[in-house]
Write a protein that binds this ligand. Structure first.
Ligand code: DAH
Length: 355
């Protein structure tokens, strides 16, 4: 009788096809009203002798059925997993789907190049606000209120509330105000560059209302124009990857004395400019020895310290190095242009990796 039950359930469990039928079998055999459970309840009506034999046998049967259920459950789960693994097989050797890759903008690329070269020469990178106090943008740089340079720079002025008569803030017209901020912050000696955005109300093939400059400033006890010339020639040669001569022309900036505009050597052939060869010249930056009044505005004693400064257009450098004819295209966000002139994002410019 007990053997019949045993054979019946073990056979049914062995051939169960899924978890649901296993659960039905569990209920039918060892559930509250299952066959085995009912038999166990019948133990009470047996004689002690009968019970001594039937009790352990029923317990053993219950255990055996429970173990069979558990084992079958695991086996079914394993089978299901194997089936899934076989079905959802993935060839990891296949090439991935191509994804459009962005590119690095020439201005970003050139900013990194310029920074890499000048950082190697000991210049730290400094930053300042693009919305600038007019004192930093002008007065501290020895450009007083009625100086013509203020109007020449086509300044964008910020709005002041009605009745507020303080001078308005400006969008910085050059990176030179960062000279003052750096002097105030760090004092002398000092060696910094400041790359960043500047703004002027101007628009044609070589001018956009927003463009980029890099400022350089070196202050120490015995700095001269000779140091400036060496730094710039080193810089241009590293940047253009060929030895580049410079020509200094006397000029005037309120914040330097003496002041010089610097040209680099180039050739003009067939409408294209080649830097570092020929006997033509191209103006690329303004520079000079920092004016004593500017040192004072920065909190540095001009009797003790002196220095050189320069300011250069980054976009201009990018146009020259990478042969971009029109500045306006830099900021048009034309994808075809960006793909053509952009740089691979993994090609980070470094001195040792090549610029
Ligand atoms: N700030 C000038 C400009 O934007 C450029 C310049 C000239 C910067 C001479 C300098 C300098 O530091 O010494 O036109």
């Amino acid at each position: 009788m007990m053997d019949d039950l045993r054979d019946k359930y073990l056979a049914a469990i062995a051939s169960a096809a899924d978890e649901a039928s296993l659960e039905e079998l569990r209920v039918a055999a060892v559930g509250k009203k299952g066959e085995v459970s009912l038999k166990m309840r019948g133990l009470g009506k047996m004689t002690p002798e009968e019970r001594q034999v039937a009790g352990p046998a029923l317990n053993a049967l219950k255990d055996e059925i429970n173990s069979a259920l558990t084992a079958k459950k695991i086996a079914l789960a394993d089978e299901a997993l194997d089936a899934r693994l076989a079905e959802e097989w993935l060839d990891v050797t296949l090439p991935s789907r191509p994804r459009p890759e962005g590119t690095i903008h020439p201005v970003s690329q050139v900013t990194e190049e310029v920074t890499a070269i000048l950082a190697d020469m000991g210049f730290a990178v400094a930053e300042g606000p693009q919305i600038e106090d007019d004192w930093y943008n002008f007065d501290a740089l020895n450009i007083p209120s009625h100086h013509p340079a203020r109007t020449e720079m086509d300044t964008f002025y910020m709005h002041r509330a009605e009745g507020d008569n303080r001078p308005p803030h400006v969008l910085r017209t050059h990176t030179s105000p960062v000279q003052i901020r750096s002097m105030q912050q760090h004092g002398a000696p000092l060696r910094i560059i400041c790359p960043g955005r500047v703004y002027r109300a101007d628009y044609d093939q070589t001018h956009t209302p927003m463009f980029h400059q890099v400022e350089g400033l070196a202050i120490d006890k015995d700095i001269s124009m000779a140091n400036l010339k060496w730094v710039l020639e080193e810089f241009f040669s590293a940047f253009f990857g060929t030895s580049v001569k410079t020509r200094f022309r006397a000029s005037h900036f309120p914040f330097t004395e003496p002041s010089a505009e610097v040209d680099i050597q180039c050739s003009w052939e067939g409408g294209t400019v080649k830097v570092g060869e020929g006997d033509g010249w191209l103006e690329v930056l303004g520079s000079g020895m920092v004016h004593p009044k500017v040192l004072e505005a920065g909190g540095i004693d001009p009797a003790e310290w002196q220095g050189f400064a320069f300011g250069m257009g980054i976009d201009r450098m990018a146009m020259l190095k990478y042969g971009v004819p029109d500045l306006r295209a830099f900021f048009d966000s034309d994808l075809r242009w960006l793909r053509h002139y952009g740089f691979r994002s993994l090609a980070v410019p470094t001195l040792h990796g090549g610029l």
